[in-house]
Design a protein around this ligand. Structure first.
Ligand SMILES: Cc1cc2nc3c(=O)[nH]c(=O)nc-3n(C[C@H](O)[C@H](O)[C@H](O)COP(=O)(O)OP(=O)(O)OC[C@H]3O[C@@H](n4cnc5c(N)ncnc54)[C@H](O)[C@@H]3O)c2cc1C
Length: 485
């Protein structure tokens, strides 16, 4: 019997797994996909919001502001790519100015440090490419950018190394309440636990309905994006938002921690599991982006993608123990700023579990720090030393992102080994550059095969079923020219 089962390996589930790994507990995370961070956590704006958006007094406001601080510390401790860039909400007229004043007031009530309303001249000094029609902006120095999937995998890897368990390809299909806990029924069999935490993202309503009377429902809302080539990296230094509307924070233009520019998202009601982009969605993004940054060059786009928001259509997150089923907890309706809030949500839920009777004895195997080698950021001396120590760091596999074989092999041997091309990309970035894995894809496939002993035709691009190759063309009896009889 486990102490806790967490359903869902997104940023919320992984943050909770890590938080609980501080203590001697039996914790198991069940994730339906072949990797962690495969849902909303892999497809969002990657902004660590300062915390002026949420309504003062809400749980969302509290965990956003707290999460912003925790992420800075966590990224440092776990060597996750993060940068405190600051953000600007740009206003174009009197109505926008009122919105900005309201955000300023909210932010001060929420305890966001350093907020300032700035006028046009200072704004243009800070960001030269902002439209000359702008009249003012809200400046938030504490906002930042991060690699969201890396924050999730770093926490999950450390938790697993510290004794927590993870089951991938494990879909929760039923939950039964027993006298002393729960039976969680999955495609891989049954698991028992004293407590169950639902962190299933866009499916959090479905998981809740497996055991509770329906008390919320998720309206999935998609958001589409452009990722621009690193040639555009100097376009903006900060995260540039327009004024928010009822639909959300609006189309932003921002740097990414990998040196690209991200532009998006739009917002529309959508399906839970459909990550397709559309002409209309991308056109809407373009129309809105050029209003704030007229010089944005969308022809430099190297990738489009879409993410799905888990919108419970209320002003706050749904976090806490079920009113009906003792020992069952929800982390649900975690739309934006869910990424920014996740480490604080994890602390909140871990505290609730503690109050419920879960004993917190420190785990001597807890991993508080980790570091990863990133060849491209090393100086010449470090590069030389690293190659001497391990010659695999002397072979560049991904030319666009300068990723070495050593980094990929290291990722393949970590506590949660990636088993798809995109999972390797999420761990150490091969395929994130201009050619989008056209060059390095086959080499990464070979390395996955070598270290996981899975047949190449069984290695997907990302999720199950997304296979890249269907078989070999050049075997003894089967040449590139055709089958030899
Ligand atoms: C377009 C967009 C932009 C955003 N921008 C930002 C931003 O800039 N900053 C910010 O703070 N937030 C942002 N967010 C919000 C943020 O991305 C989410 O709040 C966060 O990723 C949610 O994490 P999660 O762990 O709750 O959900 P997810 O990451 O979706 O994880 C849920 C997991 O549960 C698994 N699962 C589902 N059903 C089952 C089942 N039956 N059995 C087992 N596993 C299951 C899924 O496979 C998934 O891995 C944005 C969201 C979107 C969509």
């Amino acid at each position: 019997m486990e102490d806790i089962i967490i359903i869902g390996g997104g940023i919320c589930g992984c943050s909770l797994l890590y938080e609980l790994s501080r203590y001697q507990l039996k914790t198991l995370l069940l994730e339906k996909e072949n990797d962690i961070a495969c849902g909303t956590t892999k497809a969002n704006s990657a902004i660590v919001h300062a915390g002026y958006d949420p309504e003062p007094g809400t749980l969302m406001a509290r965990v956003n502001v707290e999460g912003n601080k925790l992420i800075e510390r966590l990224s440092n401790d776990l060597d996750v790519l993060y940068k405190k860039t600051g953000s600007l909400v740009v206003g174009f007229n009197d109505e926008d100015r009122k919105t900005i004043e309201k955000l300023f007031e909210n932010g001060n009530k929420n305890g966001v440090p350093g907020l300032r309303i700035i006028e046009a001249n200072e704004l243009f000094d800070m960001e030269a490419q902002v439209s000359r029609e702008a009249v003012c902006a809200l400046y938030a120095p504490n906002a930042g950018i991060i690699s969201p999937w890396e924050l999730a995998s770093a926490q999950a890897e450390c938790a697993v190394q510290g004794g927590a368990k993870l089951e991938l390809d494990c879909e929760v299909r039923a939950i039964q309440k027993e006298k002393d806990g729960f039976i969680v029924v999955t495609n891989k069999g049954n698991y028992q636990a004293r407590y169950v935490v639902n962190a299933a993202g866009v499916n959090s309503d479905k998981i809740s309905e497996l055991i509770e009377t329906k008390h919320f429902s998720i309206q999935p809302k998609s958001g589409e994006y452009y990722i621009l080539d690193t040639t555009e990296r100097n376009l903006v230094k900060m995260i540039i938002f327009p004024c928010p509307s009822k639909l959300g924070k609006g189309v932003l233009v921002a740097p990414t921690v990998h040196g690209n520019i991200i532009v998006g998202p739009d917002s529309k009601n959508w399906k839970r599991d459909d990550y397709a982009t559309s002409r209309e969605g991308l056109d809407a993004v373009r129309r809105n982006a050029v209003r704030t940054i007229p010089t944005v060059n969308l022809r430099a786009s190297i990738r489009n993608f879409s993410g799905i928001r888990a919108d419970a259509e209320r002003n706050d997150f749904i976090i806490g123990e079920s009113k009906e089923i003792e020992g069952f907890f929800n982390i649900a309706g975690i739309k934006s700023p869910g990424l920014s809030s996740a480490p604080a949500i994890a602390k909140e839920v871990s505290e609730l579990l503690h109050k419920k009777g879960l004993e917190f004895r420190p785990n001597p195997a807890f991993i508080a720090k980790r570091s990863v080698k990133r060849f491209k950021y090393m100086n010449e001396e470090e590069k030389k030393r690293t190659i001497q120590e391990n010659p695999l760091y002397g072979t560049i596999v991904c030319r666009c992102e300068t990723v070495t074989e050593g980094e990929i092999v290291d990722a393949l041997q970590r506590p949660i080994p990636p088993r798809s091309l995109d999972a390797v990309k999420r761990r150490c970035t091969p395929g994130m550059g201009r050619c989008q894995s056209g060059f390095c894809g086959p080499r990464v496939l070979e390395l996955i095969q070598k270290y996981s002993h899975v047949k190449p035709e069984d290695i997907p691009k990302d999720r199950k079923g997304m296979y890249i190759i269907s078989g070999e063309t050049k075997t003894k009896n089967n040449t590139a020219q055709g089958v030899v009889k």
